[in-house]
Write a protein that binds this ligand. Structure first.
Ligand code: BDR
Ligand code: CA
Length: 313
């Protein structure tokens, strides 16, 4: 049997985070060592609870969920209830979780896990602001060379930003944390808006989840119907972008994505462009390459993979 890939999902659920978590929990190639919650789309008290709701929806109450940072490193927390609803997971009626929240702090869990596991064996999958990841690197710098890879949803360049004209939400919320991560020297794969705006839902795609006839399938359909309305009215598209599931899909089938190894630097000074990810696509700066910057996805295959995997839950 092929070896499974060990991952930690760092997340701020969020409907698209929820689909990403479900995809990971449905995939035997991935060993989810833990889920760490961070403040982002909604405050931490909701994101950690939502993460537990999703584990139970997947039928996996044994997954360990940890609560992390309540706010970004330097700036005030900005949330996105306008996109995700008051709970962060508006759409379906999901029961209050019964599985406990772990007592350990998420940052300590990340540090302890990376120090315990074989160096180069654990991949971090951040789906929200990078606060927990940066705090872990600052708290215990010896973890940095032990990380196999960081595959994150964040940033945008050709597509512009989604929360300001220049910045994507996850990076905008904690640009200083993003700066720490991008300068860490660890191989980073970035899944920016340039990709996720090509992974759009549609009435047919949402129906495919509903037609699975399972609780997770129905809940996803209800979540996406709530979530997509914001981007549909903003961009005039027939559907909304499934940002975070692209991270997990990349781990499962990297051949669905294409991009370039380039330098990416984040803006942390100017209020006008705060959190902008400046992608040196044409290599004009001479700055050291630090990121595999993805730009395209085979969205048909991506949705096929998603529905097939969710159907296993
Ligand atoms: C990112 O921000 C959040 O609203 C989504 O969950 C995603 O991680 C997209 O900009
Ligand atoms: Ca997210």
């Amino acid at each position: 049997m092929p070896e499974t890939r060990k991952i930690i999902i760092d997340t701020d659920p969020g409907q698209d985070d929820a689909v990403a978590i479900l995809l990971a929990l449905a995939s035997p190639e991935l060993d989810v060592l833990g889920i760490t919650a961070v403040a982002g789309n909604v405050p931490l008290a909701l994101t950690e609870k939502n993460a537990r709701k999703i584990c139970e929806l997947a039928g996996k109450p044994g997954i360990k969920v940890f609560a992390g940072a309540v706010r970004p490193m330097v700036r005030h927390l900005v949330t996105a209830e306008n996109v995700h609803g008051k709970t962060g997971l508006d759409g379906p009626e999901l029961p209050e979780p019964e599985m406990p929240l772990q007592k350990q702090h998420a940052v300590d869990f990340i540090v302890e896990t990376l120090m315990r596991e074989e160096p180069g064996s654990v991949t971090l999958c951040p789906l929200g602001p990078l606060t927990n990841i940066a705090l872990a690197m600052v708290r215990e710098p010896r973890i940095v060379p032990r990380i196999r890879e960081i595959v994150l949803m964040g940033g945008g360049f050709f597509e512009g930003g989604n929360v300001t004209p220049a910045a994507e939400f996850n990076i905008y919320v904690d640009p200083h944390a993003a700066d720490v991560v991008l300068k860490s020297g660890i191989p980073v794969v970035m899944v920016p808006l340039d990709v996720t705006h090509k992974a759009l839902t549609s009435a047919k795609r949402v129906a495919a989840f509903r037609e699975l006839g399972t609780r997770p399938g129905l809940a996803i359909a209800e979540m996406l119907e709530f979530f997509e309305r914001f981007d549909e009215s903003k961009y005039g598209t027939d559907g909304g972008p499934l940002h975070d599931p692209c991270v997990i899909a990349y781990l499962l089938q990297p051949e669905l994505f294409s991009g370039r190894y380039i330098n990416v630097t984040v803006e942390t000074a100017s209020e006008l462009t705060m959190g902008m990810t400046v992608a040196d696509w044409w290599g004009v700066t001479g700055r050291e390459k630090n990121v595999t910057y993805l730009r395209d996805v085979d969205h048909e295959q991506f949705f096929r993979l998603l529905v097939e995997r969710i159907g296993r839950l």
